[in-house]
Design a protein around this ligand. Structure first.
Ligand code: GLY
Length: 372
């Protein structure tokens, strides 16, 4: 007999764990199922950058989503740290985008004006100004754009704390092999895995790149999500750390408080191949040291690989299934799973537990891809 739960969340990555925490702390009975330990998919390779104004285009519906989600971090993280008893590295020390030519500086000037119209502080820096902010920058950098309100969070720490906090509120996390199918069973649903079945009143598919491998009864197709490989380097920085997230056209750098530096990220169509490659490591090192030559003195601590879940239009797929009642999707977060997780969790919990649909869900509705 399948084990019965109120809500089954498929996927224990950042999105699945954030949803589990949000629902469990509102009193729901939640079970999270994954084919491996929590956070071992795209989350473990995420740089955790919180930068809506870099990640989301000015006219993209993603921008509102990302800005609202970023606003939740200041309140959510202390709750998660308290409920889990675990520390979470979280810094709003700003982002510095750097330019190697005047064309990019002109773009920064436009962005700075637009941000100021939105009430977001942004400072345009010339060559001397940008080096005053960050002395390690190479001579090739001609200026930059500093946005003080952005920042980063340690994705592994946030994931671990969310999972522990969800457990503290009664959620269960189980490893059961790959999820193959979701089907109706009377008024509820059954989740079929490689190692048995689970049943629940509601099911949320939050399986990132693996969402597309789950058959849904009545749906024309599985969730249209494809993996986009991202390789990320972890370096042992020597000397005074960089002050903030630094971003060029070829890479980004994230300085952790323990003196290590993350360098990301490649963007590759490599199917479900989760290997780091010599080319990926080489290209990222070159890109990083092009803007910060001092990086060549760093120790090499390792490379991580994640498969970003990209939907057909690169926007997340969040909302109810039209094909199978009581099934919801929360997937396709592509490059922004960490940033979008808090708002995703809130919207899904509002929908499932309070029957409240935020207007933003119109932009993320699964049915834009047909009968899902
Ligand atoms: N959000 C950064 C990346 O996906 O590489």
């Amino acid at each position: 007999m399948p084990v019965s739960r109120d809500i089954v969340v498929v996927g224990a990555g950042i999105v699945g764990c954030a949803i589990a925490y949000e629902m469990a702390r509102r009193g729901a009975s939640v079970e999270v199922v994954d084919m491996r330990a929590a956070g071992m998919g795209a989350t473990q390779a995420a740089a955790g950058i919180l930068a809506p104004f870099i990640e989301a285009g000015e006219d993209s519906p993603l921008l509102d989503f990302a800005v609202r989600s970023l606003d939740l971090f200041d309140r959510l993280l202390p709750d998660v740290a308290r409920d889990s008893g675990q520390p979470i590295l979280y810094r709003r020390t700003g982002t510095l985008e750097v330019a190697a030519d005047d064309r990019r500086m002109s773009r920064f000037a436009l962005t700075a004006r637009r941000l100021e119209q939105r009430g977001v502080r942004a400072t345009l820096l010339d060559a001397a100004g940008v080096r005053g902010e960050e002395p390690y920058l190479s001579q090739g950098v001609v200026g930059g754009l500093l946005v003080p309100s952005q920042g980063f969070v340690s994705a592994p720490q946030l994931l671990s704390a969310l999972a522990a906090a969800a457990r503290r509120h009664g959620a269960q996390l189980v490893e059961r092999g790959r999820v193959r199918r979701v089907r109706a069973d009377g008024p509820g649903l059954v989740v079929e895995t490689e190692r048995g079945s689970l049943s629940g009143d509601r099911v949320v598919i939050a399986a990132g790149s693996w969402s597309g491998g789950i058959e849904v009864d009545g749906a024309e197709q599985p969730a249209p999500v494809r993996p986009v490989r991202g390789q990320l380097l972890h370096l042992e920085w020597v000397g005074a750390p960089l002050k903030r997230v630094t971003w060029s056209e070829r890479c980004y750098l994230v300085p952790w408080d323990n003196g290590t530096l993350l360098v990301g990220a490649t963007s590759e169509d490599a199917g479900f191949d989760e290997r780091a490659t010599a080319a990926g490591v080489h290209d990222l090192l070159q890109a990083a040291c092009e803007i910060v030559p001092h990086g060549w003195t760093a120790g090499f601590a390792g490379a991580r690989v994640g498969l970003r879940p990209a939907s057909g239009d690169e926007l997340p797929i969040i909302g109810p299934s039209r094909a199978l009642p009581n099934l919801l999707y929360a997937t396709g977060h592509y490059r922004s799973g960490i940033l979008l997780a808090p708002l995703t969790a809130q919207l899904v919990a509002d929908l499932v537990l309070e029957n409240r649909a935020d207007p933003l869900l119109a932009q993320t509705a699964p049915e834009r891809f047909g009968l899902l």
